[in-house]
Design a protein around this ligand. Sequence first.
Ligand SMILES: [Fe+2]
Length: 305
Amino acid sequence: MTDPLKSRVVRHSPSTGEGSPDVWGIYEPDTGSIQYICADPATRQAALIDVVWNFDPKNYRFSTESMDQVLDIVRDNDLKVQWVLDTHPHADHVMASAHLKERTGAPNAIGALVPEIAGIWAGLYNLPDAFDPTRDFDHLFEEGETFRIGDLEAKVMLSPGHTLGSITYVCGDAAFVHDTLMQPDAGTSRSDFPGGRTDELWDSIQAILALPGNTRLNVGHDYGTKERKEPMWEATVDAHRAHNIHVKDGTEREAFIERRQTRDKTLALPNRILAALQINLRGGRLPAAEGDGNHYLKLPVNRFD
Ligand SMILES: [Fe+2]
């Protein structure tokens, strides 16, 4: 039997009625990432969220099977891509944004504070002119900004903490919270990357948990747990408030901060981070080819503990 945590599991979470989107979650097993399609059932217009450009860090090779799979689901369900969205510049996988923009013609977007993250990493890579999110993304979303997916209204919440530029997309009774929350039985995501802050992560999570109790929260990663051997990614606000092992109702802010920071101190860098960020901060593009026609990445050494 195939291991679900090593499979490209797809689940459809249907619209619950007027104003509610159809959501597909597509699991990317190499990085435990969940990619989303959020669609208006009436007009078939859809946003793609946090889609992966596959990167094998053992052989330094890229491939497109994840975005191909997502676009197959788009085609099979007669959807039309209206937006290519990311919640933040991911540290553990490379984003498909630039490719998807080219393949679908839809504009790509991310949060308004991503230029600040780009500034931090331009320093860490000593690449002062490499990153310009205003060049590589068609739109940078501000706090509270609204936009449409077909006839549905979507709203942006800035959700700093995991990174300073993370955002949450809320569309009807679905929200895409990426690396703020994990599933209730796994808790929350780390807050120790450059620009990350545990106190801000707490505040961002509280704002998400203040959404209506039936809101379907869709997380960005899942790796299963000791007891749970299949990937899960959707749980309601009510389920998180009742069961989330890090932030359920009754948790004290200081206790969360202490617990999160203690855990983060034990974590190594994700194995793709130094390749991923210098591509993601270019909107999912490799650095320009050099004179020999090949692309090269740059690695800072002795910069991280
Ligand atoms: Fe992340």
